[in-house]
Write a protein that binds this ligand. Structure first.
Ligand SMILES: [Zn+2]
Length: 237
């Protein structure tokens, strides 16, 4: 290889690929999606806690409602007996009447407690409904951001495929030994495998090369490889 220029071209493509990979890894949509996911998780856990509490009040309320209904049935049965004409003894009738009144008082007290339980449950229902509305908003937003993320990844992937194809074409014109040497150096030197020597400065690490060394590099036969002592990259005079 007499002209080392293609190594610089290869380097440019590789840097472009590095940038695209960095872009893909740091897409803002991914951070937004992660933040939304955190909020969704937090909301779900808060909803679970509120639901346990709400269900407890609801169960209590249901037990009291059942109890009130049972008492209602007992009252109805006692009243049926009372007005059936089957009972004629005044003392027995009086006792039955007292039973009905006592059952009514008990039912009244059970119904008061049922109402109190309902008043405790209802605000929690509202809290849960608000959480559900927020959850629906978050779900819709996350779906939108996920769509944007997929689209952005698709764009970057398409650019990467194009860049890699161009890079491979350049590499094919250089020869495997040079490419392998370049790649080893690129791995060691934070992504720079070949750089232009401008004046006495390596454009890979931006450090100066001793004047005698610069002179030697500039006067060696074309295609001879020289390396930067500082970063190790191939120097292209
Ligand atoms: Zn250097």
């Amino acid at each position: 290889m007499s002209d080392l220029g293609p190594l610089l071209e290869l380097q440019e493509h590789d840097l472009a690929i590095d940038r695209l990979r960095h872009d893909r890894a740091t897409l803002a949509e991914r951070d937004r999606l992660a933040a939304l996911t955190d909020e969704q998780t937090e909301l779900a856990s808060s909803r679970a806690i509120q639901t346990v509490e709400r269900d407890e009040f609801a169960r209590h309320e249901q037990r009291l409602a059942d109890e009130a209904q049972q008492l209602g049935e007992q009252i109805a049965a006692a009243e049926r007996r009372l007005y059936s004409g089957e009972v004629s003894s005044p003392r027995e009738l009086q006792a039955l009447q007292a039973d009905v009144e006592q059952l009514r008082r008990r039912r009244g007290s059970v119904e008061d407690r049922e109402l109190a339980a309902m008043e405790q449950r209802e605000p929690l229902d509202q809290v849960i409904a608000a959480l559900d509305a927020r959850r629906d908003e978050l779900d819709a937003e996350a779906a939108g951001v996920q769509g944007e993320l997929t689209a952005r990844e698709g764009e970057v992937d398409a650019a990467l495929i194009a860049e890699r194809a161009e890079r491979d074409q350049v590499a094919a014109g250089i020869g495997p030994t040079f490419v392998a040497d370049y790649e080893r150096r690129r791995e060691r030197a934070r992504g720079v495998g070949a750089a232009r020597l401008v004046g006495s400065t390596c454009q890979g690490c931006h450090l100066s090369i001793p004047a005698t060394e610069v002179d030697r590099i500039r006067h060696q036969p074309p295609g001879t490889l020289s390396y930067c002592d500082n970063c190790g990259c191939i120097l292209v005079p």
